[in-house]
Design a protein around this ligand. Structure first.
Ligand code: PMP
Length: 395
């Protein structure tokens, strides 16, 4: 007799998703990611990946990955703190610290792991973590793993942040202020100069998750800290290697002291196998490409400006993004998912993003224009948006 549970409590929840019109199967990609992909057997324009610079399938990254496999093998075989720390991992940290203009960089297996591991390692009981209300899920989860207390300030609201800081200074030993550099669902940039000033006033440490700013903002895509020229004024600067960099992995840039502590206490480095050489080799190549030329970042911004202007002229609500992230706000959850489905039927993949990823009734399809899109592909996408938007009475 089977001892496996029926999981009726989950079946009920799945039915609720169906009732709300947000149930979906995972889409299956049968090609490399890029401006056009084969999705569920059909060629479509892809406006949903984080592959900002088109590096994920770039020939130079593919070659670098193959070379790394030939030199170091397919897997690293151990956690970093035992015998999984290969020279190629150290090479990546070295080039990243040059790129980020910081003393040291500590690399993790993903951006998620970086937040999960770093926040916990640098805070303890008696401390407080102060977080923007729209910070990424991995920051929320990472903070939950810490024994420190937590507080939230209103999104990019400096009065709200100062209020929490003032209160906290009286009660806590260390204060850590965390913000996304670029907010992933709206594309707005954190008010980092003000945040840093307030943190300095109340002697708090600062932590910026620049997953969507790395490879996008600042000189040669060095990120939000570089964009505002705040080097040496932000304690922990996080980036991911999975978006603009086109590979996989995450990292925190900061001081040598930070590096030494994390290499002893960051739990993903202690208890999870290090990045495979292929991913590391590809990341190194991507950083070299960024430092060699602004060709890709220039093209990204040019394409984003082109697309945004056209979408706005068509009458879509594209929010207040300051970056290539282009949300098209629809509102109601079911309608958002229907819009996304109809766009796909017409050959454009843009994923619908609804509660709980964004607040209720702020559903949107989030367009991610990349450097790899041609103007023709963007024109076709806008045409499809207009057609479906008109059919659904959205414009
Ligand atoms: N932080 C932010 C702000 C992100 O958007 C993401 C990716 N969704 C992550 C961290 C996690 O990065 P990764 O995909 O490398 O785990």
């Amino acid at each position: 007799m089977s001892n496996v549970h029926e999981l009726n409590f989950l079946k009920e929840k799945i039915q609720e998703l169906k009732d709300q019109g947000v149930y979906r199967k995972l889409p299956v990609l049968d090609s490399p990611t890029g401006p056009e992909v084969i999705l569920n057997g059909k060629r479509v324009i892809n406006l949903s990946s984080n592959n900002y610079l088109g590096f994920a399938n770039h020939e130079r990254l593919r070659k670098a990955a193959i070379k790394a496999v030939e030199e170091y093998g397919a897997g690293s075989g151990a956690v970093r703190t035992i015998i999984g720390n290969m020279k190629i991992h150290e090479d990546l940290e070295k080039i990243l610290s040059e790129f980020k203009r910081e003393e040291a960089v500590f690399v993790y297996q993903s951006g998620f792991n970086c937040n999960a591991g770093t926040i916990q390692a640098i805070t303890e009981e008696g401390d407080i973590i102060i977080s923007d209300e729209l910070n990424h899920a991995s920051i929320i989860d990472g903070s939950r793993l810490s024994k420190a207390d937590r507080a939230i300030y209103k999104h990019s609201d400096m009065d709200s942040l100062e209020k929490v800081l003032k209160e906290s200074r009286k009660k806590y030993k260390n204060i850590l202020v965390i913000t996304d550099g670029v907010f992933s669902m709206d594309g707005d940039i954190a008010k980092l100069p003000e945040i840093v000033e307030l943190a300095e006033k109340y002697d708090a440490m600062t932590y910026v998750d620049d997953a969507h700013g790395s490879g996008v903002l600042g000189e040669s895509g060095r990120g939000t800290v570089d964009h505002f020229k705040l080097h040496n004024r932000v304690d922990f600067s996080i980036g991911t290697l999975s978006k603009a960099i086109g590979s996989v992995g995450g990292y925190v840039a900061g001081s040598q002291t930070m590096y030494e502590w994390l290499s002893h206490r960051a739990r993903p480095a202690l208890f999870s196998t290090s990045l495979p050489p292929a991913a590391v080799g590809a990341s190194i190549e991507a950083i070299k490409m960024l430092m060699e030329s602004t060709e890709y970042t220039d093209k990204l911004w040019d394409n984003a400006k082109y697309f945004k202007e056209k979408m706005s002229q068509s009458g879509f609500d594209i929010g207040n993004s300051q970056t290539p992230i282009t949300p098209v706000i629809i509102g109601e959850e079911g309608k958002t998912m229907e819009f996304s489905r109809k766009l796909l039927e017409n050959g454009v993949f843009v994923s619908g993003i609804v509660f709980p990823t964004v607040p209720k009734n702020t559903g949107r399809v989030r367009c991610m224009v990349t450097a790899a899109h041609s103007k023709e592909q963007l024109d076709i996408a806008v045409e499809v948006f207009n057609k479906v938007g008109r059919e659904m009475g959205l414009i």
